[in-house]
Design a protein around this ligand. Structure first.
Ligand SMILES: Cc1cc2nc3c(=O)[nH]c(=O)nc-3n(C[C@H](O)[C@H](O)[C@H](O)COP(=O)(O)OP(=O)(O)OC[C@H]3O[C@@H](n4cnc5c(N)ncnc54)[C@H](O)[C@@H]3O)c2cc1C
Length: 474
């Protein structure tokens, strides 16, 4: 049975969004699918420009068959969905989305009846002195350069931080470098070897994924890449561009010469759209983040709004596919369409079974909770507005700011182009340290439109159109 009132829009054509679209189509519904990228696939299965001729095996390694399966699912859906690539959703409220079409730099408004937000994640950034020097990238950025354009960020690269992406990117760089003369100068992991050992029981619940991780580390060591665990990044050095990284092993400092750095501490969910839509948020201890609440099927506190994939909590690509399908089934069921209840239950069970592994990952690559204590006052935390850790601490101390939006109002932290997407995590850690509060009690930066930078004249146009509509209907 097809519900005639369904008018679903999916934001994001990664694993979650594509499986959601496939499920809606299988039930006779034609969704709009919007994605900021030119080609669907999301982060893990990012597709290079059409004329690039690298094989799936070269691009995605052990994930090649999954990438190919997801890409061909999307390709097979084109006739049944309204696919809108190059389309950044920069605002969402009142049943409509404001969308920037990248190539033409034009904005338009798209109505929705139901919305599945599958907007994925970005790197979780904890700055280190010198991180604003040219040549310093996030791990994800370093990987995008390689996957999308076949470029590396430098010829002698340090990869630093923690999380599974650290070793994956190191492996990909070292492997690509064997042909291109690019070297991984060092892998610097803030997690200790003991953390990884302690995580083994949880990790063993997904033995094939664990095996891949161990393979990357083993391969790196076997190919002479220096891998150091339990490190504390001290600073990135350079005049006009990075030329070394200094790190500490707790006893002494070490310097590694390099011409580029990729760094990151796992991922953070892209939650701004859920925020603009009015979804209720709660502290999620495993993710160390304030996340939009959802039930096991992906329903949020706002009727008609569903979440799936990393945008609702970092769970990885397989989970994103299952969650996308599950959210679409929930949307359909909520609007009177008969769905396969057994499949819905199976998807929920698969997602639940992934939890011990996910917890294992947190144990293997723990968030460096001492980062804020070690961050010097001169460290730039918000680079859009050039706000230092010292200024944030002074605001907490002298103006009594003990909540993130108060801190933003008084210092402008998170008020620039990134809207807190890059600096928000670090600013919250500094505020928690300065006030002596647990980080879950300092709140979160509220989302503001535009959630990503758009040309200012387009925003003015959109605001003009909105006020004209309001006058017309008054
Ligand atoms: C940079 C990066 C690299 C990664 N690399 C790997 C890897 O190599 N291996 C691995 O196992 N995991 C990797 N991950 C994690 C993995 O990508 C995710 O677990 C998985 O892709 C989640 O799928 P998803 O559909 O939830 O989100 P994603 O795959 O992130 O897809 C989200 C999609 O939404 C689109 N989008 C976001 N916001 C908007 C908006 N406002 N308007 C329009 N479109 C929007 C994005 O363009 C993207 O295509 C990576 C994550 C990141 C951030």
């Amino acid at each position: 049975m097809i519900a005639p009132t369904l008018q679903p829009v999916i934001v994001g054509a990664g694993p979650a969004g594509i499986r959601a679209a496939q499920t809606l189509v299988a039930h006779g519904v034609r969704p709009v699918v919007m994605d900021e990228s030119a080609r669907g696939g999301g982060q893990i299965y990012r597709r290079p420009p059409a004329h690039f001729a690298r094989s799936a095996q070269t691009l995605y390694g052990t994930e090649a068959h999954r990438a190919t399966a997801l890409h061909s699912t999307l390709d097979g859906l084109y006739a049944h969905i309204d696919y809108q690539p190059n389309s950044l959703v920069w605002n969402a409220q009142g049943g409509q989305l404001d969308v920037l079409h990248g190539p033409t730099q034009t904005t338009r408004t798209v109505p929705y009846g139901q919305l599945i937000v599958a907007s994925g994640a970005t790197d979780r950034v904890l700055p280190v002195p010198g991180w604003t020097l040219p040549g310093v990238y996030t791990l994800g950025g370093a990987q995008v350069a390689l996957k999308f354009q076949g470029c590396t960020i430098g010829r002698n690269v340090v990869l630093m931080g923690t999380g599974p992406l650290l070793y994956l990117v190191a492996y990909q760089y070292a492997k690509a470098g064997a042909q291109a003369g690019v070297k991984v100068a060092a892998v610097l992991d803030t997690a200790r070897f003991a953390d990884q050992l302690a995580a083994l029981p949880g990790m063993l619940t997904q033995p094939s994924v664990l095996a891949k991780g161990l393979y990357y580390v083993g391969w790196l060591r076997a190919h002479g890449v220096a891998v150091h665990t339990g490190v504390r990044p001290v600073r990135v050095e350079g005049e006009t561009r990075v030329n070394a990284v200094v790190w500490s092993d707790g006893r002494s400092e070490h310097s590694v010469p390099c011409d580029a750095v990729g760094f990151g501490y796992a991922l953070r969910s892209e939650t701004q759209l859920a925020d603009l839509l009015g979804c209720r948020f709660a502290w999620a201890p495993m993710h160390r983040a304030q996340l939009p609440e959802r039930d096991s099927a992906g329903r949020t506190s706002v009727p008609g709004v569903y979440l799936a994939g990393d945008g609702a909590g970092i769970m990885g690509a397989d989970a994103a596919e299952w969650a996308g399908e599950r959210a679409a089934l929930a949307l359909l069921a909520d609007h009177g369409v008969k769905v396969d209840a057994a499949r819905a239950a199976e998807l929920e069970s698969k997602l639940t079974k992934l939890m011990p592994f996910r917890q294992g990952l947190e144990r293997a690559f723990p968030f460096p909770t001492d980062w804020a204590v070690n961050a010097p006052d001169a460290l730039v935390v918000c680079r859009c507005e050039n706000i230092t850790a010292g200024e944030l601490r002074a605001c907490a101390r002298d103006a009594g700011a003990d909540e993130m939006n108060r801190l933003k109002a008084l210092t402008r932290v998170g008020m620039g182009r990134c809207q807190g997407r890059m600096c928000g995590v670090a600013a919250a850690e500094i505020l928690a340290q300065a006030t002596g509060k647990p980080v879950e009690l300092v709140g979160r930066l509220r989302g503001q439109a535009p959630i990503k930078p758009i040309p200012i004249h387009l925003q003015a146009q959109a605001a003009g159109a909105a006020s004209a509509t309001a006058e017309h209907t008054a």
